[in-house]
Design a protein around this ligand. Structure first.
Ligand SMILES: [Zn+2]
Length: 468
């Protein structure tokens, strides 16, 4: 006997269990019949189609579904979920996108293959919802259909030994309701599943006849649903000097904090931070100064407590979260920031050798060309057009490696400014541009000289203030 469902499974390699990629939002919570709407729980209202199939004792379908919903609430206290049965309905069709959760007993579309016990339809409204820093597709609808060609047995009968190849209705209900909360399978058909915790999970893809082991969620199931809806931490950090920014010039200080998701009573009692550069801290909301250049992942582990669940330890990681930069420099082994090679006539090609090995540390490039043959000729009155356009007074462009079209034969100073969070640098090169000659065979021979690198770019027109 198989249990199946439709969802696209999204696996997270950091955990054994999987999520279907769908979740409910707090705004989907419905009111409890007793008026306890403000208990901070994510409560889902559900109903049953009124066409009740009769292979179970009268009224038992409702008991079985109520059992399945309650099993999740009781097992996964930290997930802070709840449910409310609202009666029978006449929806008539599963997967209807009506925003509710309806349980069907007569397989209205007769869609189920032999051997399939139940199907949960997961429908998104194309919105999304974020729980604990992870984005899920937002549920528009979930419906559960049981196969009316299956012989169902009650857990009571099965556990008393009265089972003749029947399937435990409570266990299948709990499994399908797990899907309707957004869970995938702990292991799927055909997947290696060495861990017994996964095989014994309610969300395992298969269950045998006369087997009640899926009735109650196990630790893997609980971890899965708690990961979506339970308390967790989300790391945030910013530079005290550059609000909402985590990229800057080394030494670069970033102050970190966590926000906690879950029910309203969750508090954080301890934190441990790993900053990614070899340094750690046990402060609650630490500030850390990055002295080395690079891109750093940051992890926080927190002890959290709430009224609805026991103390637990949760960890969150932000990959590549902080970038500390130096002033831009040429890449290792390069002879300078750039080269210029002749293409044809007065057309030349620049080749940029700026070091890009730390992502985010170069964000501005500015090229200028001056008439002249020395650094001293880098003056506004010497600016020339170099890109084929006639812009009186010269031009500058921000391309990474532009083509240069010198206006006439002669000597020019080509300047590249390069900026980023770590500061501004520049290089220049004197090019003796000679008209004529195909010369693609000797691209390096066209009378250029590397005049050297300028340091802090005192002559340059563009700069940014990054060292606040
Ligand atoms: Zn399933």
């Amino acid at each position: 006997m198989l249990l199946t469902l439709i969802p696209l499974l999204v696996s997270n390699p950091a955990f054994a269990w999987k999520h279907a990629g769908y979740a409910w939002d707090v705004s989907d919570a419905c009111d409890a019949a007793d008026g306890s709407a403000d208990d901070g729980l994510l409560r889902r209202c559900w109903d049953m189609d009124d066409d009740i199939e009769d292979s179970l004792p009268e009224g038992y379908q409702l008991e079985a579904i109520q059992y399945g919903f309650d099993a999740w609430e009781e097992a996964a206290q930290c997930a802070a979920i709840a449910n409310e049965y609202t009666g029978t309905s006449e929806r008539g069709q599963a997967n209807a996108g009506d925003g509710g959760t309806t349980v069907f007993w007569d397989d209205p579309g007769d869609e189920m293959a032999p051997g399939v016990l139940g199907v949960t339809y997961l429908v998104t409204d194309n919105g999304s919802v974020i729980w604990n820093g992870q984005r899920y597709m937002h549920f528009g609808d979930t419906d559960i259909t049981f196969n009316n060609d299956v012989d169902w047995g009650t857990t009571d009968d099965i556990e008393r030994g009265l089972c003749n190849q029947e399937s435990a209705i409570e266990g299948v209900a709990t499994h399908e309701i797990g899907h309707s909360w957004g869970l995938g399978h702990s292991c799927d058909e055909g997947e290696a599943c060495a861990d017994s915790t996964l095989k014994e999970a309610t969300m395992f893809w298969q269950v045998g006849a006369c087997d009640t082991s899926q009735n109650v969620p196990n630790e893997d199931d609980i971890a899965s649903i708690t990961n979506i809806y339970g308390p967790a931490i989300v790391i945030s950090g910013e530079s005290p000097l550059q609000a909402d920014d985590r990229t800057g010039a080394a030494p670069f200080e970033v102050c970190f904090s966590v926000t906690v998701g879950g029910d309203d009573s969750v508090i954080v009692s301890a934190q441990h931070w790993v900053f990614g550069d070899g340094e750690q801290s046990d402060e609650l909301n630490p500030c850390h100064t990055y002295t080395t250049v690079g891109q750093f992942s940051v992890s926080a582990t927190a002890e959290i407590q709430s009224d609805v669940c026991d103390a637990q330890t949760v960890t969150s990681t932000q990959l590549g979260y902080v970038v500390a930069c130096d002033v831009p420099a040429p890449e290792e082994g390069a002879d300078g920031f750039f080269e210029v090679k002749k293409v044809d006539g007065l057309s030349y090609q620049t080749i940029n050798h700026t070091d890009l090995s730390t992502y985010g540390c170069v964000d501005t490039i500015q090229w200028e060309v001056y008439k002249g043959s020395a650094e001293g000729d880098i003056k506004p009155e010497n600016l020339v057009d170099f890109n084929g356009a006639d812009n009186a007074g010269g031009e500058s462009i921000g391309a990474w490696s532009p083509k240069l079209e010198f206006p006439e034969a002669g000597s020019y100073v080509v300047v590249m400014n390069v900026g980023g969070p770590g500061g501004v640098a520049a290089g220049f090169m004197v090019v003796d541009a000679a008209d004529g000659g195909g010369c693609s065979s000797v691209p390096n021979s066209v009378g250029m000289s590397i005049a050297g690198m300028m340091s802090a770019a005192a002559l340059l027109l563009r700069r940014r203030n990054t060292r606040a």
